[in-house]
Design a protein around this ligand. Sequence first.
Ligand SMILES: O=c1[nH]c(=O)c2[nH]c(=O)[nH]c2[nH]1
Length: 302
Amino acid sequence: MSQLSYARYGKDNIRLFKVEKDEKAGTQTVVESTVCILLEGDIETSYTEADNSVIVATDTQKQTCYILAKQNPITPPELFASVVGDHFIKTYPHIHAAHVKVIQHKWTRMTIDGKPHPHSFLRDGEDIRVVESVTRENVGISIRSKIEKLLVLKSTGSAFYGFHRDEYTQLKETWDRILSTEVEAGWAWKTFSGLEEVKSVASKFDLAFNAVKEITLKTFALDNSASVQATMYKMCDQILAAVPLVEAVDYALPNKHYFEIDLSWHKGLKNTGKDATVFAPQSNPNGLIQCTVTRKGPKSKL
Ligand SMILES: O=c1[nH]c(=O)c2[nH]c(=O)[nH]c2[nH]1
């Protein structure tokens, strides 16, 4: 009468913290991550026949994650996700795919009296580095890296005019507005043949992350923005040029509106157009602009 049409299981929100101690230099380095593991394979009978023999317990998955974190570097997160995924498909013949997500939280070394402190860190921003990997038997490892929750704002250098108008349009054109967004940017790597290939390019992951962040911030700041759409496309284009191993770049940018407030009712106070200095930040609704950009090739469906 019924059939199982989707099955994955694993452990979510595995929290990891690793300290690397350089005794010689007297410095320590820390990494904090949150890991999600979801396994796929010949596990149907655990759902349909209460057959627990095919279940690698989610507690086992958590313990494995701790052990692999002890035995391997946990950054770059792309490499650690691949190490974890590889372990599960190689250790258990009936597990055919491992979905591993790693969120790397920010701990930035403190500067005290102008010098990097050997063992103190601060959270200087809520932005996170995220990796979503799929390790699939006989296919390889696909990895999508992301930066999320990077909050930015520019108080000028952004316009929005010339958009379609009809009887539903109320928005006025503007040649000078506040632009703010919480950046979610993703970049999909070519499919890697296996863990060895991921290891061979491991140095590229941090370089790509830094390039994406720099291109995003620089383009946001310097572009005389015609729209969120036009500015985000410029970001994608530069990232594809900067990171040859990346096949696709995607952005999802909420347009966090700051509305002008007409105060002319109070003694003719001027607070619109070029006189606007006090604004009302809006929580919702917000615009949401998304795109994926790939290298030129066969026509996409867009
Ligand atoms: O950059 C923008 N893109 C839009 O699609 C849009 N729509 C809107 O109301 N304001 C904006 N701004």
